[in-house]
Design a protein around this ligand. Structure first.
Ligand code: CTP
Ligand code: MG
Length: 233
């Protein structure tokens, strides 16, 4: 089933501490963002990529993209002050039909199988997100005092991609903007607008590269995938 994807890439990477957009950092000799773009550009079901970038960085992206052989259409949209604004800007330049995915530029390890399952569930239900069961015990804390231990079996750690019928995501964003609501993912806006959201179980490898130690995990994941490929060949 065909889809379009919005990839927010307009952050500043403060927690990574590189002093510039963390998506420019290289993994195995390629900027992180290109590992992410590779996944969608090599998926025949992905008909259009909307890459949301800071205006000042558009030139860098254009130059780097010039070195690639992608055949999928890649359209630019301008980043906003918060991730939610960036995604909404991207959504405004999407085709107003079908299923739209949102996927963080900083999650290069998403796999085609998971995307396929997500699209299939979202097509039927209107809204679906990738998540994994929480492994640690999670407690609610106030001023370093434990308030409550939350039952772990009901907790899921949410990732991207998140997939929606175009109108579901558009209505949810328009409403959030009108009501000045800021959420940390698309699904929170969609839930708030009254839609139900399905979970698709993903993979613990689909990490978001956020702080410097995530780069070590990323190297380990790349190494594991390299060994798997060698075993298959
Ligand atoms: N993002 C964006 N526009 C923003 C903020 C974030 O497009 N105003 C993008 C980032 O480029 C990233 C994704 O949203 O691909 C997830 O955000 P996050 O991991 O928080 O990245 P940054 O905001 O860059 O990092 P930090 O919060 O540490 O500054
Ligand atoms: Mg951020």
């Amino acid at each position: 089933m065909d889809y379009q994807v919005i990839i927010p890439a307009a952050g500043s990477g403060k927690r990574m501490g590189a002093g510039y957009n963390k998506l420019f950092l290289e993994l195995a000799g390629r900027p992180i963002i290109f590992h992410t773009l590779d996944v969608f550009a090599s998926d025949p079901a992905c008909k259009k990529i909307i890459l949301v970038v800071q205006s000042a960085e558009e030139e860098w992206f254009l130059q780097q993209l010039g070195k690639e052989t992608y055949t999928t259409e890649i359209q630019f949209a301008h980043g906003g002050t918060e991730r939610q604004h960036s995604v909404y800007n991207g959504l405004k330049s999407a085709l107003p039909e079908g299923v739209v995915l949102v996927h963080d530029g900083a999650r290069p390890f998403i796999e085609h199988d998971t995307i396929g399952e997500l699209i299939s569930v979202a097509t039927k239900s209107g809204a679906a997100i990738v998540a994994v069961p929480v492994k640690d015990t999670i407690k609610k804390v106030k001023d370093l005092d434990v308030v409550e231990t939350i039952e772990r079996s009901s907790l899921w750690q949410v990732q991207t991609p998140q997939a929606f019928h175009f109108s579901v995501l558009y209505n949810a964003h328009a409403r959030a903007e009108a009501e000045h609501f800021m959420g940390t993912d698309e699904a929170s806006l969609v839930e708030r607008a009254g839609y139900s959201v399905k979970i698709v179980q993903g993979d613990y490898d689909n990490i978001k590269l956020t702080t410097p130690e995530d780069l070590y995990f990323a190297e380990a994941i790349l190494k594991k995938r390299h060994h798997k490929r060698e075993e298959r060949n």
